[in-house]
Design a protein around this ligand. Structure first.
Ligand SMILES: Cc1cc2nc3c(=O)[nH]c(=O)nc-3n(C[C@H](O)[C@H](O)[C@H](O)COP(=O)(O)OP(=O)(O)OC[C@H]3O[C@@H](n4cnc5c(N)ncnc54)[C@H](O)[C@@H]3O)c2cc1C
Ligand code: SF4
Ligand code: SF4
Length: 396
């Protein structure tokens, strides 16, 4: 069990720790810091003390710890304006399989301001329980407060598996929670399975530039935590008649955080969200010049598609990083993916090969992209794209 204490001989009463505590759980009495009962053992104050007067002992788990106290599969249900994100539904689809295999319940954690309307959707997509943490300060994602809330939930309810989306929010939250709890995290998993004998979660992810698949286990710590990129797992169809429990846990909501979310603006404007797009038109170095990207934009506009890019194009400064598809960019899985002047390097394929239909345009008939393309057009993209735009304009 984690513990915290002030070392009186070292404490000089400087009060630095008081401001660092998000829960207002430290006061200074007679020039000595005192930890109060509402301390959640979050550990945030430790680094604030320049005199090493705070002795914080993390949860130490090992083979001697009773791992059987941890039960159930959890997913973090990202939501925006009380609408569950697609990745939350995808995680539920995968979580359902794991929970059924283990014979345990599947729960979703829903954090926000009045996020309740998403709860029924989560139940319809497979959740047995939804833990709802509702507070006006949680309206927008905030790493610090979401981490505090999530860590408290884990300490109280002890799930054995926690899955999060490898989205901008999930990538920030998952490592913070894992570190706070003192467990491991396998990021960007592409496969999750329960080992038949040990019942341990087998977390598979690409390693060494996608050249081999590593399966990682977390045998001595709980929960076993994984993040999964959007579009990698499949949701199960919604069943509106499914019943589940909505649980409202008593949680200490951090009163102070050192980061503040200023009004959120969508700088993508009308841009289609790549991770959720049904059609993507992607450009590679073969487009030859940034001015030629207007052809890609035009085809995307006609089709109502998102615009993707290879890293070569992003590195050249032709387009912003948030368009990059691949191992170090976004993972996408649209119905149709146009690869225009993209060679098909393994790092690019890692982000788009699960697309339903891949249409490759490349002037080199031996380009690797043709090996995974559903339809290949051997030709100059600067001639093929105008022809496609004209044809689609006439037909759509
Ligand atoms: C650790 C690491 C991570 C990486 N992560 C990513 C990633 O996330 N995403 C990513 O995309 N890459 C990534 N890369 C880079 C990757 O290895 C490739 O270098 C990159 O994908 C190549 O981009 P490209 O296909 O646009 O360019 P090129 O490989 O230069 O290919 C250009 C293609 O265009 C064709 N072409 C030329 N002119 C025309 C024309 N007029 N019409 C039609 N076709 C034409 C050529 O035949 C060629 O096949 C990563 C690399 C490393 C080492
Ligand atoms: S920051 Fe350290 S020295 Fe200062 S009051 Fe807190 S515990 Fe004492
Ligand atoms: S709640 Fe966190 S920051 Fe506050 S005293 Fe306890 S461990 Fe320190």
């Amino acid at each position: 069990m984690a513990s915290i204490r002030i070392i009186p001989e070292k404490c000089v009463g400087c009060k630095l720790c008081v401001a660092s505590c998000p829960f207002g759980a430290i006061k200074v009495v007679n020039k000595k810091a005192v930890i109060m009962d509402n301390c959640t053992l979050c550990g945030a104050c430790v680094s604030s003390c320049k005199f090493f007067a705070i002795d914080f002992i993390k949860d130490e788990m090992g083979p001697s710890v009773d791992l059987s106290a941890y039960k159930g599969v959890w997913i973090f249900a990202e939501q925006k304006e009380s609408i569950a994100s697609n990745v939350a539904l995808e995680l539920l689809g995968e979580g359902r399989k794991l929970a059924d295999k283990l014979g345990v319940e599947l729960s979703a954690v829903l954090i926000g301001e009045k996020p309740d309307s998403a709860a029924q959707v989560l139940i319809a997509h497979g959740a047995d329980n939804v833990y709802v943490v509702d507070d006006p300060t949680l309206r927008d994602f905030n790493d610090e407060s979401y981490t505090d809330v999530f860590a408290q939930l884990i300490r109280t309810y002890k799930p054995e598996i926690v899955l999060m989306g490898a989205t901008a929010y999930g990538r920030s939250l998952a490592p913070r929670v894992a570190s706070r709890i003192g467990t491991g995290l396998t990021a960007d998993c592409t496969g999750l399975q329960i080992d038949d004998e040990s019942k341990i979660l087998m977390q598979t992810r690409p390693a060494f530039g996608g050249n081999l698949m590593a399966t990682i286990i977390c045998p001595n710590h709980r929960p076993q935590m994984s993040s999964v990129r959007p579009k990698v797992m499949k949701p199960i169809p919604a069943d509106p008649s499914r019943k589940g429990n909505i649980i409202r846990p008593e949680i200490n909501i951090p009163a102070v955080t050192s980061t503040k979310v200023t009004p959120v603006t969508d700088n993508n404007g009308k841009m289609v969200n790549l991770a959720e797009a049904d059609i993507i038109v992607s450009c590679g170095r073969g487009m030859g010049d940034p001015k030629n990207l207007k052809l890609v934009e035009e085809l995307a506009e006609v089709l109502g598609a998102g615009i993707g890019a290879s890293r070569a194009v992003v590195d050249s400064g032709w387009i912003e990083y948030n368009h990059q598809v691949g191992q170090t960019g976004k993972t996408v899985g649209p119905k149709v993916y146009f690869a225009c002047g993209i060679s098909g390097a393994v790092q690019h394929l890692a982000g788009m090969s699960s697309s339903d239909t891949i249409i490759a345009i490349n002037k080199d008939p031996d380009a690797p992209i043709f090996k995974i393309a559903t339809f290949g057009i051997v030709g100059d993209a600067l001639e093929v794209l105008p022809a496609l735009i004209k044809e689609f304009r006439e037909r759509l």
